[in-house]
Design a protein around this ligand. Sequence first.
Ligand code: F6P
Length: 334
Amino acid sequence: MTKRISLTQYLIEQQRGEAQIPSQLRLLIEVVARACKRIAINVSKGALGEVLGSAGSENVQGEVQKKLDIIANEVLIEANEWGGHLAGMASEEMDDMVGVPNRYPQGEYLLLFDPLDGSSNIDINVSIGTIFSVLKHKGGDVTNESFLQPGTAQVCAGYCVYGPQTTLVLTVGKGVVMFTLDREMGAWWMTEDNMRIPEDTKEFSINMSNMRHWAPPVKRYIDECLAGKEGPRGKDFNMRWVAAMVADVHRILTRGGIFMYPWDKREPGKPGKLRLMYEANPMSFLVEQAGGMATNGLQRIMEIQPTQLHERVAVVLGSKSEVERVTAYHREVQ
Ligand code: F6P
């Protein structure tokens, strides 16, 4: 029988070993993983748990909240507020950050999350997930500004995919590891100890229905992929779009590819659709740690200095040589 490493064992080894993660960070990751288990249980109950459908409210970005968005947000807050490891939390589903209630000790870390990514997939029983990012609090009162640190300041990032399997993928800055949830035992077991994204790919992921709104460099790249063997790339490409970033990025971490949610003309004033702090930054950290690359078309995403908690950003990430190509196409027209 394969001898597997549990999440706890892995984290204790990271605490003792090269990564030397502090015990508060270890606790934080364990608590987030436990919260993801609770979210997974809610997700799997579907209509039987009365968790499907809209909650009848909107979040700060004007998106309709699903019941599961709210449940997952509450699960993450409740799980994290009392352990003494956090200074504050911020979520896609809340206008402003929340501090740790006074009755609990305050820790050193800031946790950001998208509690339920890919909400449009909830009611149709397709993969969704939770994305999280961890920063260090620099001291003083915790405010929204405390979170405005570039992605390079992240000390941990990860996501959980609620799909046919429930998988937790994380980095503490020493590569990327994957754990799979054993539902009977309620335990996370390591199933990949060093995820690597192949440099080259033949698979792209973009919402093609927006093609007419794209900027010329994005259109050029996709046109060349679509031209296949007969075109300038000299090979046929495949396309995949799950419509949940977490699932699309998971595929890329597993078998390579490029994922894009670029700026487009529908809302020219916005840099993109996805959120920098709790979607693009954690995914960029994971992708880079797995040997891939992540830019906004021009600049490394992790080097962007955020100015707002819910800031949006254009995203191009995945296999290195493809992201380099898209970025070069953007730079040529600058
Ligand atoms: O968070 C936004 C999100 O749901 C992502 O997970 C996903 O990649 C994207 O939106 C899907 O967008 P669209 O509705 O354009 O397919």
